[in-house]
Write a protein that binds this ligand. Structure first.
Ligand code: 0X9
Ligand code: ZN
Length: 305
């Protein structure tokens, strides 16, 4: 199997980031967007084909939850696909001709490292706090979107601990800062998770409908339909709160409220047979399905904005 059909250690992913930037000097830049609690760098790749100003951009992040290994695997394969098939495949060409693409392959490197060395099912980051021995904040409860209301916890020992205050964690703050600085160009935000095979959009932090709900629904339906047509696999779609559960403080809702009106969370394979322990033999298919969804969404956003 190839590089993209395996899971990779954090060290290997850092090398891959370096190599990818180095091998594609005219199109790819590695941007240091911040560092983690344990001081690991947070690198995003920027794929940008020519230096036209005012180009739209999309942002995609992977690995906010440590144990969801298929997520970083997707970010790597997505970058590889974009770079390999520009001018070969029409939809890839259309995306890169119209958008810069920012890809953050591992938003939570400390947690990811921990799942490789100590506890495969760790979810949160690895930050410590004075008050308890419990470690880590759920980074997808740490953003400032109805922060720590129903669906998150103030208990530091909880898997859905929201942190001491919004953006208390260096990882969420780094991403939020980057998006704040680039919000005028970034028209699409996507966060990659697993598992459950869903395409979610705001809101998750309230049962209220987003202002462009019907637009988001139409895009999500098209993505889900495309996955079903190509791979005969079902992806549920809808607002987060109504499709899975109320979960405030998520990056997607926060990005949406910032003004990035196309904001999605994609939950990859599977439906629970292997859960977070998706075998490497399933990586290729899972990434192809996700690629179909991401391409569909990106092309629709290019069309609409
Ligand atoms: O609960 C989550 O953070 C995500 N599901 S997971 O099983 N990967 O943990 C869903 C996130 C949906 N979006 C928001 N809650 N904002
Ligand atoms: Zn997740």
């Amino acid at each position: 199997s190839t590089f993209y059909e395996k899971y990779h250690s954090l060290e290997d992913i850092y090398s891959w980031v370096n190599r990818t930037a180095h091998d594609n000097p005219s199109t790819v830049k590695a941007i240091l967007v911040g560092s983690s609690f344990e001081k690991r760098p947070l690198y995003a790749l920027k794929l940008s084909l020519n230096n036209r100003p005012n180009k739209k951009a999309m942002w995609i992040d992977c690995g906010i939850h440590a144990r969801e290994w298929i997520s970083p695997a997707f970010c790597l394969s997505f970058v590889h696909h974009l770079l390999s098939f520009y001018k070969q495949i029409q939809d890839i060409t259309d995306i890169l001709d119209n958008m810069d693409v920012y890809v953050l392959p591992v938003l939570n490197p400390d947690g990811y490292e921990y799942t490789w060395t100590k506890d495969r099912l760790w979810r949160k980051n690895r930050s410590r706090n004075r008050s308890t021995n419990c470690i880590g904040v759920d980074l997808n409860r740490n953003f400032d979107a109805n922060w720590c209301t129903e669906g998150a916890s103030h208990n530091p020992c909880s898997e859905i601990y929201c942190g001491a205050f919004p953006e208390s964690e260096p990882e969420s703050q780094a991403v939020a800062d980057f998006l704040r600085h680039h919000k005028d160009s970034i028209h699409l935000y996507i966060s990659i998770h697993s598992y459950s095979q869903m395409l979610l959009f705001p809101y998750s932090c309230t049962t209220d409908e987003a202002e462009n709900h019907s637009d988001l629904l139409e895009i999500a339906k098209e993505a889900s339909d495309n996955i079903r047509r190509h791979y005969r696999n079902n992806y549920l779609y809808g607002s987060g709160a109504k499709t899975i559960y109320l979960a405030p403080g998520g990056s997607d809702d926060w990005a949406y409220n910032l003004g990035i009106k196309y904001s999605f969370t994609l939950e990859l394979q599977d439906r629970g047979r292997y859960g977070f322990l998706l075998p490497p033999s399933k990586i290729d298919r899972a990434c192809k399905e996700a690629l179909t969804a991401v391409k569909t969404v990106a092309l629709k956003v290019i069309e609409k904005t």
